[in-house]
Ligand binder design. Structure first.
Ligand code: AMP
Length: 394
C-alpha cells in the first residue's frame, strides 16, 4: 500500500510517498516559499531504473491548496494512495496516539492551536485542503507530542499553581516524539532485544534539540516543555533559562514580551553565542580558533551531558544512549564532548568508531563499556507512514 506523508509548515509543504510495508521511497519533495512571487517545488521520484530523478519547478504557488494540487499532479501516475499521514506538532492532552481525521478531530486540534501558534494552523491548513482533494482516502494525524503523553505527572507538571494547569493547560508536553519513538525502536532491533526490556536516553540533536528518557519503550521524561524552547541549547533557541531573565530584560531594556520571545526563539542558542546556528559552520569556526564558537560548542555539549546525568538518575540504569538528527548523526566532536568525563558511569566512547560512524545504526562505545552508544539515523516520515498504517488497520 502507498502512504503519502505530509508535513505542512507555514510557507512550505514537505512530502514523501512510501510503499508500505516494504518502506520503499517512491517519491519525495517539498514546496518552498508558498505565497511568495516565485515558489519552488523540488520533486524526486523513483524512475524505471530504480534511481531517484530530481525535477525542480519554479512557479507562483499562492497558498497551501495550490501547493498540494501541484504535488498531486506530479504524483499522479505513481500514486494509488491508500492513506495520508499528516504530521501535526501539538495535540495538547487530546491525543496520545495517531487518530483518523474527521470533523471532530479538526475541531479539537483547532482548540489546541494556541499551544503551537506557529505550527498547528499550518498543519491544519494542509489537512483541510487534503480532506477536500482526497475525499475517498483515509487521513491520519500523527503528533509530535503523542510519544510523551505517557510521562508521569511529576515529570510533566511545572511547580506552578494547579489552576494554571487545569484552566490553561500549562504543563510540559515535549516534542520530536516521532523521532524519539523511531530511533528507540531501531535501537532495540539493532540490539536484538525487546524494546520493553530496554532503558534508553535518546538525544535528537538537529536544529531543534531534545532529550528523552525512555523506560521499556515509554517516555518518562523529555527536555522540551510546554513549547520547544525548554531544555537543551539549540541552533537559535536558548533552552533552559532562569524565567526571571525575561522580567529583568523587560525592566532594564524596555523590550516587550514578544521581543523577548523572539530573542529566545530566533537569536539565542548557538547563534546567540557565536553568530552562527549551523553546527557545521560553528565547528569550522572553532577549528579556526574562534573563541565564541568554541564556547558555543562547550555550552552545547555540557548541557547534553547534564541531561544524560539527569536521565540516568530518572531511569535508574540505562542500556544505551542514542544520538540522532543532523548533529547527532554527523558531528563526532559533539558526541565525544557530550560523553567526555562520564567514563565512571560506564559511558565510554571509542574514538575510532565515533569518527567512522555511518549507516542506519552504528555502535560507538568502547569494547569494555557496558552502556551502548548508538548513532541512529532518524526517519520521521517513515515513522509517520508506519503509524498511519497501524492506525488505519486497527
Ligand atoms: P536537522 O534539523 O536534523 O536537519 O539538523 C540540522 C543541524 O545538523 C544543523 O545544525 C547542521 O549544521 C547539522 N549538521 C548537518 N550535517 C552536519 C555535519 N556533517 N556536521 C555537523 N553538523 C551537521
Amino acid at each position: 500500500m502507498n502512504i503519502l506523508v505530509l508535513n505542512s509548515g507555514s510557507s512550505s509543504i514537505k512530502y514523501q510517498l512510501l510503499e508500505m510495508p516494504s518502506t520503499t521511497l517512491l517519491a519525495a519533495g517539498q514546496v518552498e516559499r508558498i505565497g511568495e512571487v516565485e515558489s519552488r517545488l523540488t520533486h524526486r521520484r523513483r524512475n524505471a531504473e530504480d534511481k531517484m530523478e530530481v525535477h525542480v519547478h519554479m512557479a507562483h504557488i499562492r497558498n497551501h491548496r495550490a501547493g498540494l494540487v501541484a504535488i498531486t499532479e506530479l504524483l499522479d501516475d505513481t500514486m494509488q494512495l491508500t492513506a495520508i499521514g499528516h504530521r501535526v506538532v501539538h495535540a495538547g492532552e487530546a491525543f496520545s496516539a495517531p487518530i483518523r481525521i474527521d470533523a471532530q478531530v479538526i475541531e479539537i486540534l483547532r482548540g489546541v492551536s494556541e499551544l503551537a501558534p506557529l505550527h498547528n494552523p499550518a498543519n491544519l491548513a494542509g489537512i483541510e485542503v487534503c480532506l477536500e482533494l482526497f475525499q475517498d482516502i483515509q487521513q491520519v494525524a500523527v503528533f509530535d507530542t503523542a510519544f510523551h503523553q505517557g510521562m508521569p505527572a511529576h515529570a510533566y507538571r511545572y511547580a506552578l499553581p494547579n489552576s494554571l494547569y487545569s484552566k490553561h493547560g500549562v504543563r510540559r508536553y515535549g516534542f520530536h516524539g516521532t523521532s524519539h519513538s523511531y530511533v528507540a525502536r531501531q535501537a532495540a532491533l539493532h540490539l536484538q532485544k525487546p524494546l520493553e526490556t530496554l532503558n534508553l536516553i535518546s538525544l535528537h540533536l538537529g536544529n531543534g534539540a531534545s532529550a528523552a528518557a525512555i523506560h521499556g519503550g515509554r517516555c518518562i521524561d523529555t527536555s522540551m516543555g510546554m513549547t520547544p524552547m525548554e531544555g537543551l541549547m539549540m541552533g537559535t533557541r536558548c533552552g533552559d533559562i532562569d524565567p526571571a531573565v525575561a522580567f529583568y530584560l523587560q525592566r532594564v531594556t524596555g523590550q516587550s514580551s514578544a521581543d523577548i520571545e523572539s530573542l529566545y526563539n530566533h537569536n539565542s542558542g548557538l547563534k546567540g553565542i557565536c553568530g552562527e546556528n549551523d553546527m557545521r559552520e560553528v565547528l569550522r569556526m572553532a577549528d579556526a580558533d574562534d573563541n565564541a564558537a568554541q564556547l558555543a560548542i562547550d555550552i552545547y555539549c555540557y548541557r547534553i551531558k547534564k541531561y544524560i546525568g539527569a536521565y540516568l538518575a530518572a531511569l535508574g540504569r540505562i542500556d544505551g544512549i542514542i544520538f540522532t538528527a543532523g548533529i547527532g548523526e554527523n558531528a563526532p566532536r559533539v558526541r565525544q564532548l557530550s560523553c567526555h568525563g562520564l567514563e565512571a558511569l560506564g559511558i565510554v566512547i571509542d574514538e575510532t568508531r565515533n569518527v567512522r560512524a555511518q549507516g542506519d545504526v552504528c555502535e560507538i562505545q568502547s569494547s569494555n563499556a557496558n552502556i551502548k552508544l548508538l548513532v541512529v539515523r532518524t526517519n520521521e516520515e517513515l515513522e509517520i507512514a508506519r503509524q498511519t498504517v497501524e492506525c488505519i488497520e486497527c
